[in-house]
Write a protein that binds this ligand. Sequence first.
Ligand SMILES: Cc1ncc(COP(=O)(O)O)c(C=O)c1O
Length: 355
Amino acid sequence: MVYDAQDTEYLDMYGGHAVISIGHTHPRYVKRLEDQLHKLGFYSNSIEIPIQKELAQKLGKVSGKEDYQLFLCNSGAEANENALKLASFYNGKKKVIAFSKSFHGRTSLAVAVTDNPKIVAPINETDNVIFLPWADETALEEAFKNNEISSVIIEGIQGVGGIQVASESFLQKIRSLCDEYNAVFIADSVQCGYGRTGKFFSHDFAGIDADIYSMAKGMGNGFPVGGIIISPKIQPAYGMLGTTFGGNHLACAAGLAVLETMEQDNLMQNAAEIGAYLIKELKKLEQVKEVRGRGLMIGIELPEELAHARKELLNKHHIFTGEAKPNVIRLLPALNLTKAHADRFLEAFVNVLNQ
Ligand SMILES: Cc1ncc(COP(=O)(O)O)c(C=O)c1O
């Protein structure tokens, strides 16, 4: 829930852009951060910081990727920036494959692999990036043939691109081509990761392991924290990646509060169950063109004549949702959304559609 200046309550089905994973002002989160602030808010990465190890271990356990190393930074763009850079350090190659409608952030490399010319400044333009059509396995095979590919970056479910789910076979194909050509598979999990889909990483549905997973958003429940986890096949040299603020004490405390809450309150299972319920109910509505997604990452595609639905939900029913152009409503709520919340949304949505 969020409240405006007049104290009106809003149901937040947008989760502050997929960031609020355990709910606004969750008591465990508030206490963890407050306790940490009384001890130490920040110290430089030039010393060992035990709470970073604690976070790395907990993340390994909850995500199931226990043999991966963790590098911490401050945002999703920065996570992808480091992933792409590390891949190039690893295999000495320069070319990156990205996909149409992808969004990976706004810093220089991250924006270069983002398929939106409007946010790419001339200084960010590079011929090192090859954009391929989504889900085109033949084009993918062809692009690898010169053996110049350093990495492939892909969201398991495109977020900004309108909630497009990558098929299991496409992700498996990327895995096998990366193995064949010693390229690095980068799983951008900034929006579709961190338990939102019912599995820790949405790429897990394909039964594959990526070489690097980038993450941010839900990781800190609003505290700015991002990171990459790196498979044992890549061994970064000491000092290859670095940051001043990344992995600071408060960010780690926020990250631990999120993972502890996810574990103790079974939030991945909740996301799977409530998400499946929402998707099933939404698919029954004949005015809706298509429902896409997994768990609590849901896209509702509407016809042009229902383009006003989001505003009606907000103004009349006090429900926040997200959007993807042109007419997709994006649901990205906290992972502890209850069935009662889901029903409140469904009831309001049906009401909007029927008017
Ligand atoms: C899939 C994906 N990758 C990367 C980013 C960039 O994250 P940030 O805004 O934290 O830099 C986003 C942000 O929306 C995203 O959705």
